[in-house]
Design a protein around this ligand. Structure first.
Ligand SMILES: O=C1O[C@H](COP(=O)(O)O)[C@@H](O)[C@H](O)[C@H]1O
Length: 228
C-alpha cells in the first residue's frame, strides 16, 4: 500500500503517476485511455491531474461507473469529472460518457458498450474507489447482476446494476474490462475505509465485499493509494 500523509499529498502523487502512465501510453501507441471513478474521494486527485503536462488531446477519458441520470444531475459522475478534471490542460481530453439518453438503462448499456474505450483492449489506466460497504465500480453487495459483473469469462462491456445500497440504477464497466488495466489503482482515504479494506483482505466472499475480486483476481496487481 502507498500511504501518504494527507489527501493533498496523495492527490499530487497519484496525479504524477497517472500522468506518467498516460504519457508513456501516448509515446507507445499515439493515444491513451483512462477510466476514473466517481464519488467524493477523487476530487483533489482530479484537480491535480487536470494540470498534468501531457498531450491531453490524445487521451480518452471515461467512467468506471455512472448513475442512470443525465449530466446535469448533481449525482452524475460525469458532472463531477467535468467540474474537477476536464479543465485546465485536461480540457483537451475527449470524454466518453457511460450515460446515454436512451429509453431504458439496458439500451444505454448496449449503446455505451459499443462506444466506450477499453472495450476492445485494456485501459492504460483505471482508477477504482471503494465504498464502506465494500463495493467498487458499481459492483454492489446484493447487486442484481453482481455475479455476471465479476465473471472474467464474460466479455468486456458496460452493464446495468441495481442494488439496495446503490440509490439510482447504475451503469458499470464489467470487471473483465477493468482487471487488466496497465495501471490499476484502488484509491481510498480515511480510517473507516482502511478498516473496510483490512476486512476485505481478511476474507474471500466476493458477494459480501465485491472489492475482493479486485484485490484477489485482477490480472494487474492493484496499487492501493491511501491517506488518513
Ligand atoms: O457510488 C460510488 O461510490 C464509490 C465510492 O465513492 P466515495 O464517495 O466513497 O469516494 C465510487 O468509487 C463509485 O465510482 C461511485 O459511483
Amino acid at each position: 500500500m502507498k500511504t501518504f500523509e494527507s489527501g493533498a499529498a496523495l492527490a499530487a502523487g497519484l496525479a504524477d503517476t497517472v500522468a506518467s502512465a498516460l504519457s508513456a501510453a501516448i509515446a507507445r501507441s499515439g493515444e491513451a485511455t483512462l477510466a476514473v471513478s466517481g464519488g467524493s474521494t477523487p476530487k483533489a486527485f482530479f484537480e491535480a491531474l487536470s494540470t498534468g503536462a501531457l498531450d491531453w488531446a490524445k487521451v480518452k477519458v471515461t467512467l468506471v461507473d455512472e448513475r442512470f441520470v443525465p449530466e446535469d444531475n448533481p449525482r452524475s459522475n460525469h458532472l463531477l469529472v467535468k467540474t474537477h478534471l476536464l479543465k485546465n490542460a485536461a480540457a483537451a481530453a475527449q470524454f466518453v460518457p457511460l450515460y446515454r439518453p436512451e429509453a431504458t438503462i439496458e439500451e444505454a448499456a448496449k449503446t455505451a458498450s459499443g462506444i466506450v474505450p477499453g472495450m476492445s483492449q485494456p485501459f492504460d489506466v483505471a482508477i477504482l474507489g471503494m465504498g464502506t460497504d465494500g463495493h467498487t465500480a458499481s459492483f454492489f453487495p446484493g447487486g442484481d447482476h453482481l455475479a455476471a459483473a465479476l465473471d472474467l469469462s464474460l466479455p468486456r462491456r458496460v452493464m446495468t446494476m441495481e442494488a439496495p445500497g446503490a440509490g439510482e440504477a447504475r451503469l458499470t464497466l464489467s470487471f473483465s474490462a477493468l482487471h487488466d488495466a496497465g495501471l490499476l489503482v484502488v484509491h481510498i482515504e480515511g480510517g473507516e475505509k482502511k478498516a473496510v479494506l483490512d476486512q476485505a483482505l481478511a476474507g474471500d466472499d466476493e458477494q459480501d465485499m465485491p472489492i475482493r475480486a479486485v484485490l484477489e483476481r485482477a490480472r494487474t496487481t492493484p496499487d492501493i493509494y491511501w491517506a488518513p
